[in-house]
Write a protein that binds this ligand. Structure first.
Ligand SMILES: [Zn+2]
Length: 165
């Protein structure tokens, strides 16, 4: 059941963890005495999403997820046990699958929008083609009238020339 995590891209996993970390780590959520790291900074409570301790909360340096910070670390929760870890991992996999499904649906929406734009462009092209055919027909008509006028003028000149000769 937990096999889909192997097919997940690293970027997606990282994003999921970041979203969860942002949601669950909060400096103000303290139960009991405040904790301070070796920098003497208020140590926020984070949530671990490691394989061995998914969802287990701990206190760490404010820079814990950047470079490990000063190395201060203390668990908030006791260990959850193997079964609880298994259930949490399954739930994480479900979240991961929902992310994928959501992305897939969003791509579908984007495709639908592109299709609408394409249909609108096709209509515009058809209208331009139609306008072009009308203009082309008008141009041919004008060319025909011009040729007729030119022929009439030439004939008139020839007749006038013959009359004077
Ligand atoms: Zn620190």
């Amino acid at each position: 059941m937990a096999s889909s995590s192997t097919s997940t891209g690293r970027a997606e996993k990282a994003r999921r963890k970041v979203v969860l970390l942002r949601r669950h780590s909060c400096k103000e959520q303290y139960e009991g005495p405040r904790r301070y790291c070796h920098h003497n900074l208020l140590a926020p409570r984070w949530t671990s999403w490691s394989e061995g301790n998914p969802g287990r909360r701990f206190y760490g340096c404010p820079n814990y997820y950047q470079d490990g910070g000063c190395g201060y670390f203390a668990w908030h929760d006791g260990g959850f046990g193997a079964r609880a870890n298994e259930v949490i991992k399954e739930l994480l996999n479900d979240i991961e699958n929902l992310y994928k499904e959501n992305n897939h649906l969003r791509r579908g929406d984007a495709c639908a929008k592109w299709y609408e734009e394409l249909v609108a462009l096709e209509r515009e092209v058809m209208k331009m083609k139609s306008d072009f055919l009308v203009k082309e027909s008008e141009l041919k008509n004008v060319q025909c009238k011009f040729k007729l006028a030119l022929a009439t003028l030439l004939l008139t000149w020839v007749l006038l020339l013959l009359m004077y000769l």
